[in-house]
Design a protein around this ligand. Sequence first.
Ligand code: GLN
Length: 570
Amino acid sequence: MHDPPESFYFLQCPTVTNYMRMSKYIFVTGGVTSSLGKGIIAASLAKLLQSRGLSVTIQKFDPYINVDPGTLNPYEHGECYVTEDGAETDLDLGHYERFLNINTSQANNVTTGRIYQTVINREREGDYLGKTVQVVPHITDEIKRRMMLLGEKGNYDIVITEIGGTVGDIESLPFIEAVRQMQWELPDEDCLVVHLTLIPYLRAAKELKTKPTQQSVKLLSANGVHPDVLICRTEHKLTPDLRRKVALFCNVKEEGVIEAIDAPTIYEVPLLMLREKLDKIVLKKLRINNDREPDLEKWKSFLDKVKHPSKKVNIGLIGKYIELQDAYKSILESFIHAGAMNECKVQVINIHSENITEGNVEETLAGLDGLLVAPGFGHRGVEGKIVAVKYARQHRMPFFGICLGMQMAAIEFARNVLGMKDAESTEMNPNTSVPVIDMMEDQKKVTAKGGTMRLGAYPCEIREGSLAYEIYGTTQISERHRHRWEFNNHYLKKFEDAGMIATGMNPETGLVEIMEYTKHPFFIGVQFHPELKSTVENPHPIFVHFIKAAKLFSEKGKQADEKASAASVN
Ligand code: GLN
């Protein structure tokens, strides 16, 4: 293959200045290792800027080739986060929404797969007019186009782009190259690069080491990108000497070296960044005149409640991916939000659904104050979930089932209350004679896997006088979905006659969205995913009420224990 002539690039490559540019752009890259918390740093920076009255959004560019994370096993990449518009996205978008209390969308998460898919489709349409299609400029142009997309409409003062992966990875290169071009093409005051790195502590030498950071910045510079701010993850405080050394060796201004010390909770990070004056440094470089004091009062009072709870409840999280905490990220964060609302620490006890049997359920679940049966796919562990639901129902323990959790509650009820011993979901047994949970009609024809479930926000109408109504305080809600199976309305009458009622329904299709058991103090299952809408500012009401019910359950349990021990003394 021949290289195209040099002039080709200048003829073909639309420079960023050709686009209507309304926003300023911040890029966040990561070095040394993965898992340094780029998502939290990006979200914390966004929070600080937002708290000064600026409008900010964040997007994540992921270097893997899957078109989106929807087809990834949670063991690979943690939870798949679903946005209002039904995009299956990276879990960092959950952090962005929880921190900023804004909605993100399909445009906020882009992968290498999606970039290539667009470019290849365009090539098939003949859009490249017979030219050789290459990584530079065609792939990088498409990356840049998407980097600027959210900024084009003038809705945001600042668009933050988090680049997934670690500098030096082969697959990150086109993204880093796109950042280089943006840094070159944009006016200085419209672009800022933040590099997150690690300063490890060597216990034997009792020293913090700057070499990995130096190497990482060198690697970034070799790719032509020069960081304006270095955020250094560290277990120990950085001394002024060390900061100076990092600044000098990495060619960054001293004020641009920011310490990111390990924090007990991610919700502390915006305040740590505030203390390090990250917001001021960013505003100065972007030449934004803003002398407002950041308004973080609500955030601080939330954090105060997280750090100083007056009570504790033990909640069993029954799932099959519990080895990997990221698989249930949004649920765990929702518990933190709901705990703060109740001034209560939510101690989550992870219980592997595969390990629960009729024989051990008593000893496994006794002592808990509430039970959440998690979402999931496939048959592994479902019988354990059903046994757990039965325990919660019979022991009047607060129960909350999400998606598959609600479906399992329906099956448990059919089997053990309605006497339909063979009740099943056709997901687990396609030939069952009692398909209490069945696939939606329009799903039966679908064979493609990516982006084909019932995804995103759907309206739901709530029955007045129900527990759901008490929780939401309204009859009209909207919640996000990600599933293929549904409650089979053929069985609804039998369920309702026995006290398991559908209190939330899709107004257009009649699909059951919420079920609750009326002969129980708190037993609710939802077909949607409420955990995706819980934020620091707006904790999700079902989680809030669930924790309230768990608190009550724990107090009653303790009262009963006290009574029993008083009785035994007498
Ligand atoms: N596997 C079930 C379905 O597709 C539940 C999905 C889920 O829990 N998100 O309907």
